[in-house]
Ligand binder design. Structure first.
Ligand code: ATR
Length: 275
């Protein structure tokens, strides 16, 4: 039997953990699939995807820098992708390219289920106003927090982003300086790219409520400057994005294959200790 074909497309792509994750899911759920990394030239996304589909490809994960190209390529955008303005998973069926975005729901699942921190009634702070925050907005608002605040280096950008999601709740967009007027938060999630460069987003220790969860969406970096600050500020729990990575993959796998893989063992296997 020819295995059903899936891939992760990006540039660069060799560093992607998605092939390892999906192959592990397939093995654990007795699904016969192939899942490979697919390198596309920048500007060549559509040509590469057309070729993959012509060869029988059934689904793709999409990573940097193609999440907006995938948004443009899709013939049907599901709500989360439409609102995020970005796509991280596609399914090809009946001549359609159906697109979703599981980054936000993957993050939420990791926080609520794996880390045991339900967001209902809690004060939540998201740092940064880029694609990762856009993807998190809808799932987070649906989790019914008491407050959802987005802080950006550009207050206007955060305000505009919050306004876009006004139909789903009452998120607040502010600049980092305005955080001084805010009560501390039960969850502070770093969705800036600062950790990728070993930098610290300009968040004050006063924003961390005693015992709070501090979550860095970067993964495999150990204790980032953000997580270190959080610990010093009295956070009760720190986590990086390895769980988010595995959970968004599980969502895509379930969408494609109709079977939901277990995630705990794989998260443990991929975890780099936070020290
Ligand atoms: P993604 O699209 O995956 O969210 P990104 O756009 O590369 O990733 O980075 C996310 C955000 O990190 C950027 O949009 C930027 O947000 P703001 O300009 O709204 O503050 C933020 N960012 C990047 N470098 C940063 C740094 N050194 N310190 C703080 N924030 C930073």
């Amino acid at each position: 039997m020819t295995p059903d074909r899936y891939a992760v497309i990006g540039n660069p792509i060799a560093q992607s953990k998605s092939p390892l994750i999906h192959q592990a899911f397939a093995q654990a759920t007795c699904q016969v699939i192939s899942y490979v990394p697919l390198l596309a030239p920048v500007g060549g996304f559509a040509v590469e995807v057309d070729r993959f589909r012509a060869a029988g490809g059934q689904g793709l994960n999409v990573t940097a820098p193609f999440k907006l190209d995938a948004f443009a390529y899709a013939t049907r955008l599901l709500d989360r992708a439409r609102l995020a303005g970005a796509v991280n998973a596609m399914k090809f069926e009946d001549g359609e390219a159906v697109a979703d975005n599981f980054d936000g729901i993957g993050l939420l699942t990791d926080i609520q289920r794996n880390l045991g921190r339900p967001l209902a009634g809690k004060r939540v702070l998201l740092l940064g106003a880029g694609g990762a925050v856009r993807g998190a907005m809808l799932p987070f608002l649906q989790a019914d927090p008491a407050a959802l605040v987005v802080a950006s280096r550009d207050a206007g950008k955060a305000q505009a982003l919050a306004a876009e999601f006004g139909a789903y709740g009452a998120p607040l967009g502010i600049g980092y300086a305005d955080l001084a007027g805010q009560a501390p938060f039960d969850l502070v999630a770093n969705a800036t790219s600062a950790s990728l460069f070993g930098e610290l987003p300009p968040v004050s220790p006063a924003s961390f409520a005693p015992g709070c969860l501090a979550y860095d969406l970067a993964y495999g970096k150990g204790l980032t400057p953000f997580l270190r600050l959080a610990q010093q500020a009295g956070a009760g729990q720190v986590a990086d994005g390895v769980g988010m990575l595995v959970e968004q993959a599980a969502e895509a796998f379930a969408w494609w294959r109709g079977v939901r893989p277990a995630t705990a063992a794989l998260i443990a296997r991929l975890t780099v200790p936070l020290r």
